[in-house]
Ligand binder design. Structure first.
Ligand code: SF4
Ligand code: SF4
Ligand code: SF4
Length: 250
């Protein structure tokens, strides 16, 4: 990949919270700048570049014009990384696809102006539904330490791997009281770890914003649901919040 890889960041439909996580790295950004050459990053730079060794894509694809743009970026990128859950699975923007009519969605948001020509009825797509994605960095938002690890490993020619064990492991290591015992539904038994169980450690149930582990222990989850009197439907409703797509390759 050469001495100093050219790295670029692009955003599509998102809250830009994942890019903000990177901008918030503060002094660690200096170490990042020593490792890579950041050639495009709208939040902090004005420059443009013709091609990229690593392109980080934040956000879901929600318009025809985005589809053209992401295809162009892909054609000029050696490694393309889906950055954050909006890009990985469609995330929160994908919730609109649950509505049977995308015209209804436009009416709900724009009222009688819903027919404005720039508002199309394109369904929200994850990046890998439009172009080939080489790597997935999940989370809503991403974990910026994990982002740094990804950059270092890709720069060294190593394909980074995500933890493939559930959030419960990290939660138990922290000796937290289980939220099921406190009357809350938590997706920790299914969710992919790597966030240091930040939500349950602060009394907030996990919503699997990093997707699920490759082979979730469904039997264990059923036992928990039975023990605490919850239904599979209640879990499904929660797991759909982040549009977790079991087909997404991690
Ligand atoms: S994944 Fe979450 S934090 Fe990141 S851009 Fe999407 S909504 Fe924002
Ligand atoms: S609180 Fe959630 S993550 Fe923690 S042990 Fe209980 S189910 Fe697992
Ligand atoms: S605890 Fe769950 S919802 Fe919270 S950051 Fe980790 S994976 Fe996401």
């Amino acid at each position: 990949m050469g001495a100093k890889p050219k790295v670029a960041f692009f955003d599509f439909a998102s809250c830009e919270g994942c890019q903000l996580q990177i901008a918030n790295l503060e002094e660690e950004v200096i170490g990042l700048a020593e490792l890579v050459d950041i050639v495009e990053f709208r939040e902090i730079l004005t420059g443009k570049a013709p091609e990229y060794d690593i392109a980080f894509i934040e956000g879901a694809i929600t318009r025809d014009v985005d589809e053209k743009k992401i295809k162009d970026i892909r054609s000029r990128s050696k490694v393309l990384v889906a950055l954050g859950q909006c890009a990985v699975s469609g995330g929160i923007p994908r919730l609109k696809n649950n509505n049977p009519s995308l015209d209804n969605v436009k009416k709900m948001v724009y009222g009688d102006k819903y027919n404005m020509p720039h508002l199309d009825t394109y369904p929200t797509k994850a990046v890998n539904e439009v172009v080939k994605v080489d790597l997935y960095l999940p989370g809503c938002p991403i974990n910026n330490k994990e982002f740094l690890r990804f950059v270092k490993e890709i720069s060294l020619g190593i394909m980074p791997k995500l933890p493939n064990y559930p959030v419960c492991v990290e939660c138990k290591l922290k000796e937290n009281e289980c939220l099921f015992d406190l009357g809350q539904i938590c997706l920790g038994p299914l969710a992919r770890a790597g966030c240091d169980a930040i939500c349950p450690s602060n009394g907030v149930p996990c919503e699997a914003c990093r997707g699920t582990v490759d082979n979730p222990n469904k039997n264990a989850m059923h036992e928990i649901l039975e023990k605490y009197n919850y239904t599979v439907e209640e879990i499904k409703r929660k797991i759909n919040i982040f549009g977790v797509d079991p087909e997404v390759k991690k």
